[in-house]
Design a protein around this ligand. Structure first.
Ligand code: FPP
Length: 248
């Protein structure tokens, strides 16, 4: 059941799932356990977002900078993502969830790319919530890849530089066709965007919550959506009362 008023629910919520390692450290557990618990929080977040009427949920699963972590941790994270897709794909498909992957697909080794493609392909006609998984994703890398594509079009004489508008750039990013996030949440108390959706989050509301990602429960998520409902978004304009004052 949706506990929120549908008109105030953000269409697109993006989450930086931070704090798995600290959650584990605080319990004297290996970091891998934090990531494992993090996958449970992922399942709950998808369910909650869907029930609350969120249309797009983007999760930052693995950044292009995460490769610099110790090999064993990278391998843990890859394993968890693969297991998640293998185990949960059928369930997500049944729940009418559509999966989109953003991030650089070049040079991915092993069986990860076929699994990501299978997840997208299997769910492509689903009409429920879209789960966008940011994998091997970095915003600057995404923008550089888009710029290279546009530059190649210009060089080939198929695109006039004057046609490079914000809309055209947006349509060249991995998130083409996905509306910009209305709300970006980061867990664990850290207050930065860490190269996540920098272009797309231009007007997003930012919310930093203290919970480590494995503790990000249905209640925490709903509390964040309720706080979002109180925010006033102006997109560079004036608040309605000020508009009235100026106009009158
Ligand atoms: C940040 O915690 C989290 C990550 C780098 C990865 C998030 C991945 C998952 C939750 C599992 C796989 C994802 C899906 C979609 C199934 P951290 O390790 O940086 O924590 P710390 O800052 O406390 O060290």
């Amino acid at each position: 059941m949706n506990p929120l008023s549908p008109s105030t629910v953000p269409a697109h919520v993006a989450i930086i799932m931070d704090g798995n390692g600290r959650w584990a450290n605080a319990r004297g557990l290996p970091r891998a356990m934090g990531h494992r618990k993090g996958v449970e929080a992922v399942r709950e977040a998808v369910k909650t977002a869907s029930e609350c009427g969120v249309s797009y949920l983007t999760l930052f699963a693995f950044s292009s900078e995460n490769w610099s972590r110790p090999e064993s941790e990278v391998s843990d994270l890859m394993g968890l993502l693969k297991t998640f897709i293998r185990r949960d794909l059928a369930v997500l498909h049944k729940q009418n969830v559509r999966i989109r992957i953003i991030g650089d697909r070049q040079n991915l080794s092993g069986d990860i790319l076929p699994l990501l493609l299978e997840a997208e392909e299997t769910t492509r006609n689903n009409t429920g919530i879209t789960l966008v998984i940011a994998f091997n994703y970095g915003s600057r890398d995404e923008m550089a890849r888009a710029m290279r594509l546009l530059a190649a079009e210009v060089a080939a004489g198929r695109l006039d530089p004057s046609a490079i508008t914000p809309e055209r750039i947006g349509a060249s990013l991995d998130t083409a066709g996905i509306p910009d996030p209305d709300l970006v949440i980061r867990t664990s108390g850290e207050e930065r965007l860490s190269n996540f959706l920098l272009w797309q989050a231009a007007y997003a509301e930012l919310m930093f919550v203290p919970e480590f990602w494995p503790d990000f429960s249905r209640e925490t998520f709903i509390a964040a959506l309720s706080r979002y409902a109180m925010r006033e978004r102006r997109f560079g304009g004036l608040q309605p009362a000020a508009t009235l004052a100026v106009g009158s």
